[in-house]
Design a binder for this molecule. Structure first.
Ligand code: ZN
Ligand code: FE
Length: 253
């Protein structure tokens, strides 16, 4: 198995570095500098870069990393990202030989139209699609696409470790609690996250089973959440309509 190292970047991004022996693979390097520091500190050589989508905070460091290491670059074929050597559309299985692992590539459009997630060995790298206790904004796709993408991720095994790209958990939980105040597990998570953040700890990764129990965007059929959506938009019915109301609501929350 490989080890996963969290590299904080910018204000609230996480870049994930996967290492085995002296080899490293990095996911969504928005900034090269902190990645180069870890590679040099630990004497690692970068063999591959996985990109989930084209936003600068996820791929802005690729060119600079390639100036130091001849790495393969996996990323969405549909988006304009220079330097991709292995364009992907979802449905592929990619083999990261240096880590001895295969990842499934999942198309998860919504935040952007080509957004990809990578899943293997019980870990999921989902960029800005699924967040701890929340989900990404729908910038390029439709609410229906985002809802379908989240449903696809929610169908992965319960124990999947969810490595998203931002530390947004505390703010997401404030919204979640507004939408579903009667959820006991959610209240417990709010308390745990408050303690963790007060100590400066990260709240990512989370477990998919916890997301399914507390993330409102994965719970659009729960009666309390449906009722909350209906308090915003009367007669909202159906999971997609509820999701659409929640996403709009959260945008202005
Ligand atoms: Zn993004
Ligand atoms: Fe982002």
């Amino acid at each position: 198995m490989f080890e996963i190292i969290r590299i904080p970047a910018f204000k609230d991004n996480y870049i994930w570095l996967l290492r085995k022996g002296a080899s490293a693979v990095v996911v969504d390097p928005g900034d090269a500098r902190p990645v180069l520091e870890v590679l040099e500190r630990d004497g690692l050589s970068l063999t591959a870069i996985l990109v989930t989508h084209h936003h600068a905070d996820h791929q802005g460091g690729v060119a600079n990393l390639l100036a130091h290491y001849p790495a393969q670059v996996f990323g969405p074929a549909m988006e304009s990202i220079t330097a991709i050597t292995q364009p992907l559309r979802g449905g592929e299985t990619i083999c990261l030989e240096s880590l001895g692992v295969d990842f499934q590539v999942l198309a998860v459009p919504g935040h952007t139209s080509g957004h990809l997630a990578y899943y293997g060995s019980g870990v999921l790298f989902c960029g800005d699609t699924l967040f701890a206790a929340g989900c990404g904004r729908v910038f390029e796709g439709t609410p229906a696409q985002m809802h379908a993408s989240l449903s696809r991720l929610a169908a992965l095994p319960d124990q999947t470790a969810v490595y998203c790209a931002h530390e947004y958990t505390e703010a997401n939980l404030r919204f979640a609690l507004t939408v579903e105040p009667g959820n006991r597990l959610l209240r417990q998570r709010v308390d745990e996250v408050a303690v963790a953040r007060a100590k400066g700890w990260a709240t990512v990764p989370s477990a998919l089973v916890l997301e399914k129990a507390t993330n409102p965007f994965l719970r659009c059929s729960e009666p309390e959440i449906v009722a909350s959506a209906q308090s915003r938009v009367a007669q909202t019915s159906g999971a997609l309509a509820v999701f659409t109301v929640l996403r709009e609501w959260k945008n202005g929350f």
